[in-house]
Design a protein around this ligand. Sequence first.
Ligand code: UT7
Length: 339
Amino acid sequence: MTQNNHPSPFAARITGTGSAFPKRIVTNNDLSKTLDTSDEWIRERTGIRERRISKVGDPAEQNSSLALIAARNALEMAGKAPDDIDQIIYATVSPDTLVPPTSCWLQYKLGASRSSALDVNAACSGFLNCLATADQYIRSGQIKTSLVVGAEVLSAITNWEDRSTAILFGDAAGAVIVERTEPDNPRRILSSHLGADGNLWELFQLPAGGSNMEVTPERHAQKLDKMQMKGKEIFKIAVKTLADYANTALQANGMKIEDVDWFIPHQANLRIIEAVAKRLDFPMEKVLINLDRYGNTSSASVPTMMDEAVRDGRIKPGQVLLLDVFGAGLTFASVLMRY
Ligand code: UT7
């Protein structure tokens, strides 16, 4: 596990948040028309009621187009212009194109001409890996302003004939502006902890499409170019690691669970979140949840949740936020901050 909370002449803080979703709402009942499933099963086993799905071929609902709206909203909140951005770091597993990077599509659409652009694939842990990277660049003094994005069009890599995965995922984009601040500003990113266990690669994979296995008509027909998951195994590991990474973040900052105002976990399954809250002895009233309306949006789940709660006033300046995720790889991360 990498721990990032060493002393530095600068600190970083989030000054703007934004999010965007496709227009089309797909309910559990809609899915039950083509899959052997039911609204009751999906709600009881996952907590998901509906999700947003991008319209295939609509340029306004591509990954980088959703990210563009989220980024503009975040910039507006921060009072910044595209030219103020030094760096775009973009978490996604469902890029517009493998080459060029989706961060470059966003840079082009946004007109952020001064910015560098980097895509990061750490699956559902991608956004927190990007946030930790932005924090490090800012604290090293190299840059002042970073645009950090978590955006997904998972519908493009979902096997719509597999009821064990198709019911879970949705499309969305979240973005934050991270800016340099004084090291003694209480409102800053306090720590980040990142980790992975590649031994567990088989639990969640998309076999075809990389250089290991090219997509052929046969492999496409076998859905080898879509996500495959061993959900039950991931579930158990997720509960344990989310609790561990939360505790590690608290210990590193000399804090207790009572010091946290809002817990923002990866939005994969309500039962996972409830089990983690129980392990941490943390009240569910202080856990932020949007998966009921959007499903699992991978790297977009934490930034979209954060944006919603900032905009509706639940998250207030100075509050302590604990962000905590897991994903394919497997990958894990937690970030503690005073907003
Ligand atoms: O981004 C992070 C990556 N992934 C995750 O976080 C996933 C973590 N895992 C999960 O969320 C859960 O394991 C699932 C929601 C995927 C599955 O829930 P579960 O309670 O672990 O169900 P299960 O896989 O043990 O399946 C129970 C039963 C099975 O039937 P039998 O063998 O008991 O007859 C499944 O075939 O439910 C069946 N089933 C379904 N039934 C109706 C599986 N999917 C469905 C479905 N509708 N959509």
